[in-house]
Design a protein around this ligand. Structure first.
Ligand code: ASP
Length: 276
């Protein structure tokens, strides 16, 4: 079951301003987090930051959440392996199938289907794996599954993704961390949520390194895309969306970025309803 959260005060991180988010009244919140509302009534999404935590088995920390999300009604999951670049689709599918089988689900990969669009239309549930986001998006457009999954997940078929698979649930791929190794037809992705996710979000600063921090890169995105909200999803965390409910799962905090606004940080007791 998914629970609505109390408006407990989010914990402030070392350099994060919470701006008294929880002291705002509902009207203020609506005004400050204005974005278009879609028909979310039936959506079921599990958007996971990363497949594997440091030192753990593949997909280990996600297992109870996948099981709870897919439940017992789902028997077979359609896998989208197109983010795989340095691993073949067959190898990737076998790796993921081994995990899903232990959880009680058969995994069928879209690359084994003669008609990828029909496979999506018939799917009981869809899982999109991580890898290179540009490759994933290129292939999703090429095969036609981008539009098919948008329709299918938009009407209630459970959709889960990790890393690149979470990023593509957003309006565009523009908050990926990946290199543009291939040019997709469009940067537009599924738009199952209205905000952007930055997977594997990290505050890490490499000593003596002059490249941009992750926050710098997200702030650049916001200058070019001023209406957007970006959620920095740290490793080991995920968002679960059930119709109108949104739940944040994980022991770390999430960070929320908006143009010209201080970074907000939320723990799992704080309400993130403004993302709906
Ligand atoms: N390369 C990541 C993945 O595992 C995506 C990202 O870092 O943006 O899918």
């Amino acid at each position: 079951m998914i629970h609505k959260h109390k408006h407990d005060a989010p914990k402030a991180g070392n350099f994060v301003i919470t701006l008294g988010y929880n002291h705002q009244n509902e009207t203020d919140k609506k005004q400050s987090y204005k974005h278009q509302k879609k028909n979310n009534m039936t959506k079921r999404l599990l958007l996971i930051s990363n497949s594997t935590n440091y030192g753990e088995e593949y997909l280990e920390y996600t297992k109870p959440h996948i099981k709870e999300f897919l439940g017992t009604a789902v028997k077979e999951v359609l896998f989208i392996p197109y983010a795989g670049v340095s691993i073949s689709y067959d190898e990737y599918t076998a790796k993921v199938a081994a995990v899903f089988l232990k959880l009680g689900y058969n995994l069928k990969s879209v690359h084994h289907c003669d008609d990828p669009v029909a496979a999506v239309e018939e799917a009981e549930a869809i899982a999109v794996g991580g890898g290179n986001t540009f490759h994933l998006v290129h292939m999703m457009h090429e095969t036609g599954v981008m539009d098919a999954i948008r329709k299918k997940a938009g009407t209630g078929t459970p959709y889960m993704g990790w890393s690149a698979g979470s990023n593509v649930a957003c309006p565009s791929l523009k908050t990926t961390n990946d290199m543009p190794i291939i040019q997709p037809k469009s940067f537009e992705t599924l738009g199952l949520v209205d905000f952007q996710i930055n997977p594997h979000y990290s505050d890490a600063i490499i000593p003596n390194h002059n490249g941009e921090t992750r926050e710098d890169r997200i702030r650049e995105f916001l200058i070019a895309n001023p209406e957007m909200i970006v959620v920095g999803l740290k490793e080991g965390t995920m968002l679960r969306i059930e119709g109108e409910d949104i739940e944040y799962i994980g022991s770390k905090t999430i960070k929320v970025f908006r143009k010209d606004q201080p970074t907000l940080e939320f723990d799992k007791n704080a309400s993130i309803d403004f993302l709906k």
